[in-house]
Write a protein that binds this ligand. Structure first.
Ligand code: HGY
Ligand code: MN
Ligand code: MN
Length: 417
């Protein structure tokens, strides 16, 4: 069983993860949103690491960092090993960042071993997987996959800054985005190492999982308009309390998701205006994140939620308006990549657990574009999107060994279908 624990690769990766985790927009917690000052600093740091590894890194028009290790001949189709370096607010240090630095570590090991593969490797650090700042997400991975929607440049953040304006302020040229797309013949496939962000691997007492499919996701921005009023003088029957209405809607989301096998529903953000203790809230905005293991489950669940919250609005005499945001169909992982990852996990002495991903990932942007797959690593308590997110160095070691074994064992012909 070849592990890397006696090699600097794992230790160096863990040290880099700690270093990257210090680059934040919010001192005292890890928050690194797309095109923020912290994202800029992180791009500089990761670009330096890619350059030190001899990857001639470039930063493209959406802020992706791409480095390339040539195969036996220059210009061969590339296996993309990637993930994201943006985070949610008050994030853990491994979500996304682990996949980028593991790709870098694998390339450093290949160079140390002197391996020349029958394909190139591109390691890419995407900057907008979380979609926390702007209404869309997967901006970086979709640009590489050739599916970036230029209309997304008009989406605004909470400060009213559009994505296009933020790109220009970051030093990027949005007009150059279409040129980022890789041609299909340049992409052999896509593989991403990511923490599981759930309890399955821990429950199975196994360090690694092979993802079967990535969740079907729909995000909607909801706003409820009632009537602001005096908290002391408006009798209850006369109220059009936007926050009380939103609260009933949120409980309906929870109930429908609980009743629907495999579905999850989350209201992660809510704001009430005018936000004074003695004023009946007149306006409430909240986020809806609805998911299912397949499109049918998710779409049925979304229909039920929208019907129910519309009914609540009517009954309460408030107005509900909905703005559709990010949507991603379920993305099954390529069988040959699943098989290759499972064989690699077995080759280092572990049992690969096949499991779906409830989380969205950049990998989903490559579904239908090129063969795509994901390797999951166990994380403590399945906790993620939380500063308590953690992995062990032993598991990181095992993940690197598996990813390296996958890459070294990959037959490009197996991905030709
Ligand atoms: O929301 C997600 O599932 C991912 O973490 N962006
Ligand atoms: Mn992630
Ligand atoms: Mn995440």
């Amino acid at each position: 069983m070849t592990t890397l624990s006696n090699l600097p690769a794992t230790a160096r990766m863990m040290a880099r993860l700690e270093e990257l985790a210090l680059i934040t927009d919010e001192p005292g917690k890890l928050t690194r949103l797309y095109l923020s000052p912290a994202h800029k600093q992180a791009v500089e740091k990761v670009t330096t690491w890619f350059a030190e590894a001899g990857l001639s890194p470039t930063v493209d028009a959406v802020g992706n960092i791409a480095g390339r290790l040539e195969g036996r001949q220059p210009g061969l189709p590339a296996l993309i090993i990637a993930s994201h370096i943006d985070t949610v607010r008050d994030a853990g240090k491994f979500d996304g960042n682990l996949g980028v630095l593991a790709g870098l570590a694998v390339i450093e090991e290949l160079r140390r071993l002197g391996d020349k593969l029958p394909f190139a490797i591109e390691v890419i650090a995407f900057g907008d997987e979380e979609g926390v700042r702007f209404p869309v997400t997967l901006s970086g991975s979709r640009a590489i996959a050739g599916t970036f929607d230029m209309g997304a440049l008009g989406g605004h953040d909470e400060a009213g800054i559009s994505m296009g304006e933020a790109m220009i302020a970051f030093g990027l040229d949005p007009t150059a985005i279409p040129a980022i797309a890789r041609r299909r013949d340049q992409m052999l496939g896509y593989v991403e190492l990511h923490i599981e962000q759930g309890p399955v691997l821990e429950g199975a007492n196994q360090p690694l999982g092979v993802v079967t499919s990535i969740a079907s996701i729909k995000r909607i921005a909801a706003s409820v308009t009632g009537e602001a009023g005096h908290a002391g003088t408006v009798p209850m029957p006369f109220r059009k309390d936007a926050l009380a209405a939103a609260a009933e809607m949120i409980l309906a989301v929870e109930r429908i998701a609980r009743e629907t096998p495999g579905m999850v529903g989350t209201v992660g953000r809510i704001e009430a205006q005018p936000g004074a203790v003695n004023v009946i809230p007149g306006e409430v905005r909240f986020s809806l994140d609805l998911r299912g293991p397949d499109d049918a489950t998710r779409e049925t669940g979304v229909e039920r939620v929208l019907a129910e919250i519309t009914g609540i609005a009517t009954r309460r005499g408030v107005t509900l308006s909905l703005a559709s945001g990010y949507e991603e169909k379920a993305s099954p992982c390529h069988p040959a990549i699943q098989a290759g990852l499972a064989a690699a996990v077995r080759s280092i002495g572990y049992e690969p657990i096949a499991l779906p991903s409830g989380a969205g990932h950049d990998a989903a942007a490559f579904h239908g574009i090129c063969p795509m797959g994901m390797l999951f690593l166990r994380c403590k308590g399945g906790i993620s999107h939380n500063p308590a997110e953690s992995i062990t160095v032993e598991d990181a070691d095992i993940a690197l060994a598996a990813l390296l074994a996958f890459v070294r064992g990959l037959d490009p012909a197996s991905l030709a279908t």
